[in-house]
Write a new protein. Sequence first.
Length: 291
Amino acid sequence: MYKEVSLDPNCLSHYHYYGLLKTAFGFEAGRYVVAPLKDWLSEAYQAAKASEHIEPVKKKSITNFLNKLRQDKAQDKIIMPCYRSHISADSWLNWLEYQRAVRPFNSVISERVENALSFEDIIAGDHSWTTPPTVRVKKTAESIVEALSSLLRWGGNLVIIDQYFSLAANPVLKEIFRFLQAHQHTVNITLATSVNTANPEAVFKREYGASFSFIPKFHLIVVPSKFFHDRYIFTEFGAIKSGQGFDVGPELGAQADKLSFHLCSKEESQEAAVWLKQIIDDGRALSLALN
């Protein structure tokens, strides 16, 4: 549900791309600019400063904003996924060419690259740009993990809060571990569930530890039944919410045959994380490190 976008820093020589950068990227927007932060900001700064299309007052707004991004460790507009971070280049154009060979971007925005999106294409709603707030997902492990793939590929700390998401005999959890074998950047997995598995250490070792070579640190949190109403999967980069959960199910020829995944706000995901910590601290939840 989250998209990787390559934005030409030279676009910052036009004021409307500054507005796009400010408003259309980040945790809650469903897309990020992918770039080496310092190099990209330097090129964008020079493009804005040298622009003949922007009046001085607006230039100052752009350069001030770029400087704030450089200094803000919590900025959530521009990211560099670990699997792309080994590539460097002397310019954004060369960097783009090398990165496309690693993995295509969901969209490239530029006024000087062939077949890239322009601001007019974006305003017109080009399909590679739009990020629907909700997607309908088949109840298969493969389809569910595909919908989560951006967050899993980017790595970090993965949190699953779903009262019915079982540790044992869970095809979605197995598919997540299978995906992580090729994208080994997830550091920790926390599963918060109301399903109380007997001998969880042995279950984890048998079903996951013995089957996969890459296993992040895994914490099982057993929470009180109905403590969490909605179900979440989130990392530092984004959050997905599902009222129906993340479990597989058979096709019954009904509207409920598909799950609805929604982009979730940063505030709500952080609130869920705070509640999780609180019930661990006050003893209402059981916390176990399984590896």
